[in-house]
Design a protein around this ligand. Structure first.
Ligand code: NAP
Ligand code: GLV
Length: 306
């Protein structure tokens, strides 16, 4: 069995060592142009040339949850694309979103500001009933975030493409129920995949349906958000703030208005990182399952784009 690695912006040597140690019978190598055909590939944002040179690839293992970069490429017809299926990401995402929600709900920035001035000042406790959290995307990450917020007694609601039955979560489905979902989401968390249907979903028309004072958390992809629309809604006060982990251009360019905005928190696409050991273990167990003819989880439906 031959496995090739082609991961941009990644130190590939530890992936090579980890995969080779777990699969000693396989031939594992880092891809170079004109390499011989492999059976499986481990990739992150590979160039089109890589796919064009690997027409008989059986499986393309993406070392992230989102496959939008792959969807922009021509993928050989017989190749199945497999995304990371949690592999230690969902708990990180739950930590990040709970932190952002609690920081705003409990007004920790206000207390830090007061403390810096030596001021001992109380704020009136907020009522959770007035701060329901709406999660766009109730997949692997969205459901874990929902459970974690429920543990703090937040009212959680979720929106997805197909109907869901999740204990304690009010669920909404498809375009027809988006408006009802938005009008009751005081926090809005985006955990959608980036597809032609979800691009620009965080736009003026949708964000202005949120209750006045709503707070946005985008941890999915930068192209979900129309940046100028967010700035305008912060200016009018319709939105009270935003925590953003993902951007149209990454790294966020120097001088971008988000950097210095007093009500926007920026983090560098770090809410749920790929954990190498967990990812290698998952990929290896899927390669073994496939070689025994078993079905695996995480196969991307190319017609849906996620
Ligand atoms: P997932 O399991 O595929 O879940 C995606 C969810 O979005 C599903 O509930 C799906 O609905 C819903 N959805 C997709 N298209 C929709 C549409 N047009 N309308 C309504 N709902 C739609 O994905 P995941 O593992 O939770 O990851 C979600 C995304 O998070 C990734 O695609 C990636 O972009 C992002 N991410 C970011 C980071 C980071 O560090 N910032 C890390 C990991 C992932 P159904 O359930 O009905 O299919
Ligand atoms: C990270 O953004 C991922 O999609 O895994």
């Amino acid at each position: 069995m031959k496995i090739t690695i082609c991961c941009t912006d990644t130190n590939q040597q530890p992936w090579l060592a980890g995969l080779q140690a777990a699969l000693p019978q396989a031939h594992v190598s880092i891809w170079s142009p004109s390499d011989p055909q492999a059976d499986h590939a481990v990739v992150w944002a590979p160039p089109q040339q890589f796919l064009d040179e690997q027409p008989a690839l059986k499986t393309l293992f993406n070392i992230g949850a989102g496959v939008d970069a792959l969807m922009a490429l021509r993928i050989p017809a017989s190749t199945q694309v497999v995304r990371l299926d949690d592999a230690g990401m969902s708990v990180q995402m739950a930590e990040y979103v709970c932190h952002a929600v609690l920081r705003h709900f409990r007004e920790f920035d206000g207390y830090a500001h007061d403390a810096a001035q030596g001021r001992w000042s109380y704020r009136k406790p907020r009522r959770k009933a007035q701060w329901p959290v709406g999660i766009l995307g109730m997949g692997i990450l969205g459901q874990r975030v929902a459970r974690s917020l429920q543990a703090f007694d937040f009212k959680v609601q979720g929106w997805s493409r197909s109907a869901k039955d999740i204990p304690g979560v009010q669920t909404y489905t498809g375009a027809a129920q988006l408006a009802d979902f938005l009008k009751t989401s005081k926090f809005l968390v985006c955990l959608l995949p980036l597809t032609p249907h979800t691009e620009n979903i965080l736009c003026q028309a949708n964000l202005s349906q949120l209750p006045v004072g709503a707070y946005l958390i985008n941890v999915a992809r930068g192209a979900h958000l129309v940046e100028a629309d967010l700035l305008a809604l912060l200016d009018t006060g319709h939105l009270s703030g935003a925590t953003l982990d993902v951007f149209r251009q990454e790294p966020l360019p120097e001088g971008h208005p988000f950097w210095a905005h007093p009500r926007i928190t920026v983090t560098p696409h770090t809410s749920a990182r790929t954990l190498r050991d967990e990812s290698i273990a998952q990929i290896v167990s899927k390669i073994e399952a496939l070689s025994q003819g078993h079905a695996i989880r995480g196969v991307v439906d190319l017609s849906r784009g996620y």
